[in-house]
Design a protein around this ligand. Structure first.
Ligand code: TMP
Ligand code: MG
Length: 212
């Protein structure tokens, strides 16, 4: 049997679009089909850098805006050796947020260009597929109130949504927009089928480099 690497699948989207639920369902479905699969989420709050980020998000500490952007990126880079190792072992990785959230959230702040925001993440392992869970702010609002974390403010999230739209114009990325207003099952069916198709193709190709 020829060797097959794992593929890197990212789920992005606005808050309450169902990313975490769908990541868990996808990993379960891939495993049921006899594939190896694991979840990774960013920020990974368990590392030292992740703890600085978590404390910032919980508003227990303040960080300068460029600084926190670089910490979010550093939090991805510190997991790159692990990501590469897993992919080489043939483990498919389902990632809950990645550099696209990094760019969308920081560039929603005044004075940050998309280009500046992308630079620290240039060269990260490139996802084989990025699924954007699309949900209108109105429908998202019906799914419950925001919590108390730093970016959970409607006006800010609207700007984040616009930034995601701009980021999705980047044709170097294999984007798939998923209508997240449907039932968990319907959304899952789409995500699973897009993931299976990507695995069939990408498992034979080398891992790319993001934005390079
Ligand atoms: P979470 O709710 O998925 O744990 O994400 C925490 C918050 O961090 C969420 O508001 C999105 C934001 N974020 C960034 O600002 N930059 C990043 O690079 C990432 C991954 C998340
Ligand atoms: Mg959150």
């Amino acid at each position: 049997m020829t060797f097959r690497r794992g593929v890197l699948i990212v789920l992005e989207g606005v808050d309450r679009a169902g990313k975490s639920t769908q990541c868990a369902r996808l990993v379960q479905a891939l495993q049921q089909n006899g594939r190896r699969a694991e979840i990774i989420r960013f920020p990974d709050r368990t590392t030292q850098i992740g703890q600085l980020i978590s404390s910032y998000l919980e508003k227990k500490s303040n960080l300068e805006d460029h600084t926190v952007h670089l910490l979010f990126s550093a939090n991805r880079w510190e997991l790159v050796p692990l990501i590469r190792e897993k992919l080489e072992q043939g483990i498919n990785l389902v990632v809950d947020r990645y550099a696209f959230s990094g760019v969308a959230f920081t560039s929603a702040k005044p004075g940050f260009s998309l280009d500046w925001c992308k630079q620290p993440d240039v060269g990260l392992p490139k996802p084989d597929l990025v699924m954007f869970l699309q949900l209108s702010p109105e429908v998202a609002a019906q799914r419950g109130q925001f919590g108390a974390e730093r970016y959970e403010i409607s006006s800010f999230q609207q700007t984040v949504q616009q930034r995601f739209e701009e980021i999705r114009n980047d044709t170097s990325i294999n984007w798939k927009v998923i209508d997240a207003s449907r039932s968990i099952e319907e959304v899952h069916t789409d995500i699973k089928s897009a993931s299976e198709k990507t695995i069939d193709v990408a498992q034979h190709l080398p891992v790319g480099e993001l934005w390079r």
